[in-house]
Design a binder for this molecule. Sequence first.
Ligand code: GRF
Length: 209
Amino acid sequence: MAKSGSLRLGVLGSGRGSNFAAIAEAASRGDVAAEVAAVISDVENAGILQHANQLGIPGRFIDPGKYRTKLDEGAEQAYITALQSAQVDLVVLAGFMRILKGDFLRSFEGRVINIHPSLLPSFPGLKAWKQALDYGVKHTGATVHFVDQGIDSGAIIAQETVPVLDEDTPETLLERIHGAEHRIYPASIAAIARGEVILKGRRTVRRVS
Ligand code: GRF
């Protein structure tokens, strides 16, 4: 995505919202040329909405409809409309626990990014930190990537490696991964805002400005 200038972000999340908070803080410090224009959750009492309210950023619950892992058709349209009316340039998934496909991705083609708690393509899907611990890898990490039709399969924008320590539990490992996420997600958005992230097929490369 080669757009430069100040980006309007639409953040989607289902959980506590620590990545959203890291991004919002980086933006308000001026480290990221972006502002969070909208926060949307599929979970009515999600921490991310409470965080948004505390920061004075418009946050709202939109009912995801009848499915457990995706948005139903009406909900998909409601999410698209809400993001378009907030004039969002970039959709930032921050712990959004539903798969986005079809119309949604077509409406924001090349403008949806996600953070995943492993070094993709290792350990896609749920509880990636636990998958890594159970597998026995010595390093895992966090990945920022564009969202495509697959699961955690889009072009990689940034990764940070995190060691797996002998004494780690799923909780201690996840906490270390979160530290990495809170660094690379704002940094990736900053790079996108500067127009430095260029998509070349399956790869992204950096254009130094
Ligand atoms: C993060 O670990 C992210 O990698 C995953 O969901 C989690 C969201 O955490 N996709 P938070 O809501 O940002 O604290």
